[in-house]
Write a protein that binds this ligand. Sequence first.
Ligand SMILES: O=C(O)CCC(=O)C(=O)O
Length: 263
Amino acid sequence: MSRYTAAELDLLANQFDTDGMVVLRRHFARDTLLQWRNAFDVLLEHRLRTSATAVRGPNRHYITLPFAGVFADEAIFADPDLLGIVERVAGDEPVMCQLASDTPLDGSDYQDVHRDTPALFEGFPETPSFQLAVNFPLCDVTLDNGPFETTLGTHRMHSSDALEAYEAGRAPLHAITMELGDVMIRDVRALHRGTPNRTQTPRPMVVIGYSRSWYFRPEVKIDVPESVYQGLGARAKRLLRHMPRVSDIDDNATGENYTKFAY
Ligand SMILES: O=C(O)CCC(=O)C(=O)O
């Protein structure tokens, strides 16, 4: 059920167009996310032990989540408010193409400021949004455990202009502290970086990728087990229409294909 009216979603989409991101506070049920956290801790331990993560800096790991169990939750990925904003900024019929996590551990460091994708057309960076990340943490995010830092309003700038604005102090970084339940929707072209987790507890941040209907990202995919797919509603099935359907998830499959992540 929506928490926001159509008019409120319009305002949030306008804010997104200006800032390149918007945060919905206390949006998802904490109980649900605590179940994700329990499942994630098992996955993290396994992936670290088998060195099957994409390393995004010292003690910082990107891990694809299996589309099964608690992670295959259409109440999260097909949430009507979230999709209401995604559709307003990236058009009708978006494609869900990524379900993953970013986790800095104790000993992680500042990443270089970066974008997650190049401009759609070389030299034409002012295009409307075509690739969005929806991020929500599986814990509270404080200034101590590695808050995501982002500039505002750099998503529609040429990458060199954005970097110049950042370096000149015209586009400062903002640390986004979050409570469990908060969700951030962002254009992946905004300049941002991960920061050090100075605590002993991992700071997992889920990332769900939504693309414009016609955009294809070969570096990510969601393997959707046929049995899980059959249990989904029409909206969820439509979001996943371009994702491979598999008989089973092979979680022993090692490694991540999404290794080039900074532009
Ligand atoms: O996890 C974070 O806070 C940011 C990570 C990030 O920006 C990246 O790995 O591209």
